[in-house]
Ligand binder design. Sequence first.
Ligand SMILES: Cc1ncc(COP(=O)(O)O)c(C=O)c1O
Length: 385
Amino acid sequence: MAIVLDSQRGLFEIPDDVAYLNCAYMSPQLHAVKEVGERSVARKSRPWEITPQDFFEDSETARELFAEIVGGEADGVAIIPSVSYGMAVAAKNVPVEAGQSIVILGEQFPSNVYPWRELAKRTGAKLITVQRPADHDWTGAILKHLDESTAVVAVPNCHWTDGSFVDLRRVGERAREVGAALVVDAIQSLGAYPLDVSEVRPDFLVAGSYKWLLGPYGLGFMYVGEEYREGAPIEHNWINRRGSEDFSRLVQYEDAFQPGARRFDVGERSNFIFLPMANEALQQILAWSVDNIAGTLKALTDRIGEEARGLGIIVVPAEKRVGHMIGLDLGPEAPGDLAARLARENVFASVRGRSLRISPHLYNTEKDVERLFDSLTRHARLGAG
Ligand SMILES: Cc1ncc(COP(=O)(O)O)c(C=O)c1O
């Protein structure tokens, strides 16, 4: 059973008069993560203290922590710089033939669209875009498009515009039945919504650290299914080759890779600033527990949903969305500069498509929600038209 956590605002650097409801854009930084980052920046002033071993230790810790978040093993985790990088690896490795299909969602984030458009063009495959279902049931809509001709289904755990949910377990099951690869962009859920790779069984699951994983911008992780761990990386760097620990033998070139998904690590993955920061953040998330974060945020978004509905705003019903994000469909009368108007009053949320996306975290309080609705009712022309 998840417990509702107390406000953790004191662990972040958020002024009292800021209602930051935009973690889906970029999370604020924990004090502890900032401190680790500052120490890490200073470290390069004394490179004589950085040992060859240090090129490996933080990376392995990061793999272990990320593996714990997704319920998998560290051997399956690659260190990458962005979602687009992970998607490039996936697109290079999944088998696709002319006439087969690649399934994505309508209005999916571009980093999980462009690689598939390119792959479809290159192979003669068909790109199928599942249209947004009126009943918000993405899972049912996706399943209708999966059949023996499907080569890849590349989807998120929740739609980035409004948090509407995709049941990856069911999609994964069907994908395996029809022989399709499952590729997941989990940046908008990992850390705030439970996802277990032993249930979903993705072939590639990708996330950046700077949103719900509370880490730095420019670092991400990719979980690779066992079947793909012998795959081809998109670049060839020295550290992912076998024996790279011995710096004196690097020019004894080696064809074999480091074990597991390490072959997909990005060059210079041993980032001495980002990795310690990400590790600090992952440890904090694990200490809170993803289940508790999810439960706490769900209570908050449920409340926001109820209040919004009371004002005549259309929202995705609670059972059709994740708990950490909620989109308010304000209709065509809402001013185009609504997000900017709210920001002028220190209320921060994003407009994505038709949706005002509210994405809280453990630093948000009831007061933030009151401020949101106070600003909204003055600016959104609710009920107009
Ligand atoms: C669903 C989704 N995927 C990916 C990203 C970021 O992609 P990248 O790491 O390629 O910049 C975002 C950023 O907002 C996002 O919302």
